[in-house]
Design a protein around this ligand. Structure first.
Ligand code: FO1
Length: 323
């Protein structure tokens, strides 16, 4: 029996880059990308699902690389018209992107699941791998800041991540269930590895881990769990990871992210620039170039992560046999 099924947990832009690299070397049927839904919200009467869409657009080759969200070749007539009418324009919905939100919202209202709609959109857009929201249940990231409790997009987009973060909460997580398709993959004997993409641990990965029973299901899997550091030399490639780490009392470093994931990890891929930190990291480390500015780098990092996982798998299975 071949172990060729790969599960990747991902947020938006950073995770999507690695997911794209993985999609180039893993057969589409063998790649399951699990999307954070903590960023989801209702806006202008529409259900917006940013990380799911970033993954879908990236894997379809339709992503807007400049913005890191939304679609390429976008036009903004709707937004300009809305602004002229005095409407809410702090969260920018492009004309092409808007069609996705409108159609998704219509289908959700008719009782379809977020995962079912996502699967159908992916098929129509030519996405091979499965993109699965971590849960079909409602889960919303909220942040306690020096300006009080904020909904995620108010913090991230409206206030541009300026407020100082004190605490995060994942509303609904206790009553949310991991998607059954993900649970099945985690139990599948063909599972090769679970990859935690180089996404923000607090706002992209932890909302996935917060889904009731998710950590247990991951930990119970026989396959090795390998995370990729989202930090290089104390800085995040994009977004507020390093800023948040400082505000939450951590030193912004690759080692601190590994510590945050704790026992969950079997392996950790960190940037070659952070070689001196490797000794402080408990799981087995692999050093690699983790910056992904082009497709070759994405593919290369995907290959490194899979090789690291394969090396860990033999020792993990060996341990399980002894235990
Ligand atoms: N991020 C922004 O910084 N500004 C925006 O106006 C914005 C609009 C937007 C529209 C659709 C969508 O799917 C994502 C959008 N994002 C925007 C990104 C979004 O806030 C994500 O949650 C973050 O990028 C974190 O992954």
């Amino acid at each position: 029996m071949s172990r060729d099924l790969v599960v990747a947990l991902s947020g938006g832009i950073g995770g999507a880059k690695l997911a794209l690299g993985l999609s180039r070397i893993v057969e589409p049927d063998n790649l399951l990308v699990v999307a954070n839904v903590g960023d989801d919200f209702e806006h202008l009467g529409l259900h917006i699902s940013p990380d799911t869409d970033t993954l879908m657009y990236t894997l379809a080759g339709l992503d807007n690389a400049k913005l890191g969200w939304g679609r390429r070749d976008e036009t903004w007539s709707f937004m300009e018209t809305l602004a002229a009418l005095g409407g809410e324009d702090w969260f920018r919905l492009g004309d092409r992107d808007l069609a996705v939100h409108i159609e998704r919202t219509r289908r959700l209202r008719q009782g379809e699941s977020l995962s079912g709609i996502t699967a159908d959109f992916c098929r129509r857009l030519g996405v091979g791998p499965r993109v699965l929201p971590a849960t079909d249940d409602r889960l919303r990231t909220r942040l306690r800041t020096d300006e009080g409790w904020l909904d995620f997009q108010d913090y991230f987009v409206r206030l541009q991540c300026h407020p100082v973060v004190r605490e995060l909460a994942f509303e609904g997580a206790d009553n949310a269930r991991p998607h059954p398709g993900l649970l099945a993959a985690l139990r599948d004997e063909r599972l090769r590895t679970i990859i935690i993409c180089p996404s923000n641990p607090f706002i992209s990965v932890e909302p996935i881990l917060a889904v009731a029973g998710m950590r247990q299901a991951l930990a119970a899997s026989a396959a090795p769990i390998v995370a990729v550091s989202p930090i290089i030399s104390g800085r995040a490639i994009k977004g507020p990871t390093a800023k948040m780490m400082g505000e939450l009392g951590m030193t912004p470093s690759a080692a601190a992210v590994a510590e945050r994931y704790g026992d969950l990890l079997d392996g950790y891929v960190m940037d070659v620039e952070d070689a001196e930190e490797a000794a402080q990291v408990a799981p087995k480390t692999t050093l690699a170039p983790t910056l992904m500015t082009n497709l070759a780098q994405r593919e290369n990092l995907a290959r490194v992560v899979l090789e690291a996982a394969d090396a860990l798998a033999s020792s993990k299975r060996g341990r399980d046999l002894v235990a």
